[in-house]
Write a protein that binds this ligand. Structure first.
Ligand code: NAP
Length: 242
């Protein structure tokens, strides 16, 4: 049985990634923080895709909780390990820096950047031991270009990109690849409230992307065929920024 963990798998891009990995034969561990009903829906979709999965509810920004849940999972799956990790959970709390409350800075950094440490560290040990692993971090155009009103989010995603490049060099010899994807505007709950008509006029593809398009890219990076790609950040943004 091959296992993959997707953080923030209950909705949006994470859900599409769960379904994609299920279609590739992975047993999918679906992490989320609060939305039980949507997480159950993802699990149904995973099963419809011909595989199986399980829900693992924890806050990726909470180190103790994350380690405890991952340790419990490992103890109950003693002969298995999670060979694909997709660090996808993220939130945004946009504001100009001058108005940004401390909590909006620390919360976004906690969920999008500290989570990389909290989740990756316990899981990478077994990937190194087994000499096979795939880590895919969901960054953002915001982390490459920097976007006004998103200093917190840009900092978190920029940090994830740098961590991706550093870790890839640490573990390359052990058959573990570490890559990031950097989506532009993707149609999920996260972009609700944005002026889609105005924004898409700036995108060469003239539309927002679909979660499934990001999931296809992540699916490739998660596959054995992507063994020679590591330390990369791959943009998926309809030509908005390159
Ligand atoms: P979304 O639809 O808002 O889904 C966010 C997911 O993250 C949900 O599953 C949510 O779980 C989970 N989550 C939030 N806080 C968490 C926590 N503390 N611990 C565990 N899980 C948590 O967002 P999305 O658009 O799919 O975004 C997915 C990733 O893509 C994020 O990292 C985001 O920054 C990145 N991204 C998105 C876009 C875009 O345009 N949509 C563009 C670039 C990058 P609950 O359902 O339980 O709340």
């Amino acid at each position: 049985m091959k296992y993959a963990l997707v953080t923030g798998g209950s909705r949006g891009i994470g859900r599409a990634v769960c379904v994609k990995l299920a279609s590739m034969g992975y047993n999918v561990v679906i992490n989320y923080v609060s939305n039980d009903a949507e997480a159950e829906k993802t699990l149904d979709l995973v099963r419809e895709a011909g595989s199986d999965g399980e829900l693992l509810k924890f806050d990726v920004s909470n180190l103790e909780q994350t380690e405890q849940k991952l340790n419990e999972w490992q103890e109950s799956h003693a002969d298995s390990y999670i060979e694909v990790l997709v660090n996808n959970a993220g939130i945004r709390k946009d504001n100009l820096l001058v108005f940004m409350e401390p909590n909006d800075w620390y919360k976004v950094l906690g969920i999008a950047l500290n989570s990389f440490y909290n989740v990756t560290r316990p899981l990478i040990k077994n990937m190194l031991r087994k000499k096979y692993g795939r880590i895919i971090n969901v960054a953002s155009l915001s982390g490459l270009k920097g976007l006004p009103g998103q200093t917190n989010y840009s900092a978190a995603k920029g940090g994830v990109i740098a961590a991706t490049k550093a870790l890839a060099q640490e573990v390359g010899r052990k058959g573990v690849t570490v890559n990031a994807v950097a989506p532009g505007f993707i149609k999920t709950d996260m972009v609700e409230g944005l002026d889609e008509a105005a924004l898409k006029a700036q995108i060469p593809a003239n539309r927002f992307g679909q979660p499934e398009e990001v999931a296809d890219l992540i699916g490739f990076l998660a596959s054995p065929n992507a063994a020679y790609i590591t330390g990369e950040v791959i943009s998926i943004n309809g030509g908005l920024y390159s």
